[in-house]
Design a protein around this ligand. Structure first.
Ligand code: ADP
Ligand code: MG
Length: 672
């Protein structure tokens, strides 16, 4: 039986209606159900005596019923059942509300497990509506599942039991050899114990196996992806035109830029397709690297595509490449969600005809109906916003084009190797010269007046400023906060200046317009939520004021700070927070003390502050059900080794068909 093809509605006791509720939890198949793990457990296996029972939490008490049930009809619809139990020392007065079924089932002098809170009254104790279970089923560890409306944890547990009955014994995904080597229990044991543990230790043994399996699946998936992609080079680069590109640049490229560009050119001249990640801190000049590679690809007769996560960014890239390639025969176009339909149609047909050499756009680009005459290179900017699936989508365009991925999210090396498992990495580790260090200050809100004065002075000198005010998520409330704040500033402190407001709920057209006016210098202060986080480049902006800075992850703050310090002028980043906690002080202190994105990421990772890249799902990897990239980093490293060993002897995992199914399931696609 293929578990992933077996619909949940046919599990005993589920049916069509419940199946829909399960779907809400992301559970569609038997496979999903058995991997729908309990969030925690209710441990009724260890009981306490009433004397020792704390009164502020639920406990299990083993007790004998010593009086028959008395029925007490209070009014219509409310019947109380009362009876007494004893744990051998203390009498427990139990009240049951309205549960006739339970009351009738209780037998005097039988032993039960009572689970609930104990109230102590003199020498006696009271429990109101405890869970009462017979000694046989009561002495267990019960799974508690994340539930949804009309589908509670008990119903889920029942369905899981139903699934187990149906399946019988789980066939193992791993060989005995691997299980022995990495000290793992069988899959059958792991699944059964994770759902219905017979003791606390077994939960840990089961977790170990399931975490290993999940991370191994992830690793294998990424490695297979890489293996499939590095196919024969269909777009051989014969000549290197980088010198010609350098003459177009208004600056001399840094050594690091030249090295990264060279890595790419070498890849594309080799017998394999390029799969390369350029990892560089904010402001390190990734755009120029991409430009050089794109330029050479086009000069060799191929088309190139560049994909950005936001319209603002796509538009900005388009504008700067238009300027850069002005006077060259390179024909470029912008394709985003807000491109007019007629224009889109035209661009699409010109892409098929090969009239357009270079297209820049947002996700709209990966819609199926965009076709190319001869796509040689796909480049994605700020790639952490894209999933691996999207990366793969792009790579499937045309005839296996080269892939260049750019990311400013500094990720510690160990994790980088895993997250970008399918890519080769070049690090852009040098900032362009004459860049001044950004001065970072961390103050509380009593400094606002001084800060505003400081901003005004900069504006009077012709500079521009960003003010970021934002909660972690872009909700309605936050939007109001930004609007309100902009309005107050507009009417008071900055009434003589031009302000613009930018937030995520604006139409792309509006956003573009505001961004344009800011880039052209017309808008002097941009009040914004975090939409400016990625990639926006306005060298004349020299102040970044961030309100409630403690609400951001450090990596995010670092990205925001990277919006300034892009020109010749001295730049400032001011972090405002009234949060007095030691943790906040330390975290914001780190921002002040270093401008090295990788160091900041290491710290962020260690302390796991809110909004870190894993919490915010900025890594673009499939969702994990039981493993945690940070907590389970050691297992992750083991799995990496294990995956490498497996693929060395069995390149396509022919000996592991079950594992292959899991990989396909995890990555939701079979056509990488
Ligand atoms: P990021 O790596 O964050 O994408 P950008 O590519 O936007 O950085 O570059 C940041 C700024 O630095 C831009 O204004 C760009 O023109 C400038 N720049 C890039 N490379 C150099 C260089 N070698 N010398 C001087 N300025 C450069
Ligand atoms: Mg950039």
């Amino acid at each position: 039986m293929k578990l992933n093809e077996y619909d949940i509605q046919f599990v005993k006791g589920v049916g069509e209606k419940k199946a829909r509720l399960f779907n809400k939890l992301g559970v569609y198949s038997l496979e999903n159900l058995v991997h729908y793990y309990p969030r925690k457990y209710l441990d009724q296996s260890s009981t306490v005596s009433v004397v020792d029972a704390p009164t502020d939490q639920a406990v299990s008490i083993r007790a004998t019923m010593i009086t028959p049930v008395r029925e007490n009809r209070i009014r219509k619809g409310l019947t109380l059942y009362k009876c007494n139990f004893s744990d051998g020392e203390t009498v427990i007065h139990v009240t049951i509300f309205n549960n006739e079924y339970l009351a009738k089932a209780l037998r005097t002098y039988d032993e039960y497990i009572l689970y609930g809170k104990v109230e102590k009254r003199f020498t006696d104790a009271v429990m109101s509506s405890p869970q009462i279970e017979s000694i046989k089923t009561g002495m267990a560890i019960h799974p508690i599942y994340p539930a949804t409306q009309n589908l509670n944890s008990k119903a889920i547990a029942k369905a899981v039991r139903g699934a187990f009955d149906k399946i019988g014994v789980f066939e193992d995904t791993l060989s005995d050899e691997i299980r022995k080597k990495y000290d793992l229990c069988t899959l059958d044991f792991a699944l059964k114990e994770i759902h219905f543990p017979s003791c606390g230790e077994n939960i840990e043994i089961a977790r170990k196996r399931l975490i290993f399996e999940e991370l191994l699946t992830l690793q294998l998936g990424l490695m297979l992806l890489k293996g499939k992609r590095s196919e024969r080079n269909n777009h051989l680069i014969k000549a290197d035109y980088t010198d010609e590109f350098y003459s177009l640049l208004p600056f001399e490229p840094t050594h690091a830029q030249k090295r990264c560009i060279n890595d790419c050119i070498c890849d594309m001249r080799s017998s394999h397709t390029m799969n390369r990640l350029i990892q560089g801190d904010v402001g390190s000049g990734k755009t120029a690297v991409a430009g050089a590679v794109i330029h050479t690809v086009i000069k060799n007769g191929y088309q190139a595509a560049m994909m950005a996560p936001t319209e603002i960014l796509a538009t900005q890239h388009y504008e700067s490449f238009k300027r850069l390639f002005y006077g060259t025969p390179i024909n470029l176009a912008l394709l985003t969600g807000s491109t007019k339909a007629s224009e889109k149609k035209k661009i699409k047909s010109q892409l098929i005809d090969g009239e357009i050499d270079f297209v820049i756009g947002t996700h709209a680009l990966i819609q199926n109906d965009v076709e190319f005459a001869n796509l040689g290179l796909v480049c994605t900017d700020e790639q952490h916003r894209f999933g691996v699936e999207q990366r793969a989508d792009l790579a499937m365009k045309g005839n296996h084009p080269h892939l260049l991925v750019m990311s400013a999210t500094p990720i510690p090396r160990t994790l980088g190797l895993i997250i970008y498992g399918e890519l080769d990495i070049s690090v852009l580790d040098e900032l362009p010269p004459n860049r001044q260090e950004i001065r970072t200050d961390y103050v509380n809100s009593s400094y606002h007046e001084r800060i505003y004065r400081f901003i005004k002075k900069a504006l009077d000198n012709g500079r521009q400023a960003y003010i970021v005010c934002s909660l972690i998520d872009e909700g309605e409330g936050e939007l109001l906060a930004a609007e309100e704040y902009a309005k107050t500033l507009c009417e008071n402190e900055f009434c003589d200046y031009t302000l613009g407001l930018l937030h995520g709920k604006m139409k792309p057209k509006q956003k573009d317009e505001i961004m344009h006016r800011f880039a052209s210098g017309e808008i002097q202060i941009l009040v914004s939520t975090t939409v400016i986080e990625v990639g926006v480049d306005v060298p004349n902006a020299t102040i970044m004021l961030i309100e409630n800075a403690d609400r951001f992850g450090l990596s995010q703050l670092h990205q925001l700070r990277g919006r300034v310090g892009r020109g010749k002028e001295k730049s400032y980043c001011i972090l405002v927070s009234d949060n007095q906690s030691e943790q906040t002080k330390e975290r914001l202190g780190v921002m002040k003390s270093t401008s090295n994105g990788f160091k900041i990421a290491e710290y962020d990772l260690k302390t796991r502050g809110p909004g870190d890249f894993f919490g915010k799902k900025q890594h673009g990897l499939p969702n994990l059900k039981i493993a945690d990239m940070v907590e389970d980093i050691q297992t992750l490293n083991l799995c990496r080794k294990c995956a490498e060993e497996m693929l060395k002897t069995d390149r396509r995992l022919d000996n592991y068909p079950l594992l292959c199914d899991k990989i396909n399931d995890m990555f939701k696609r079979t056509d990488y």
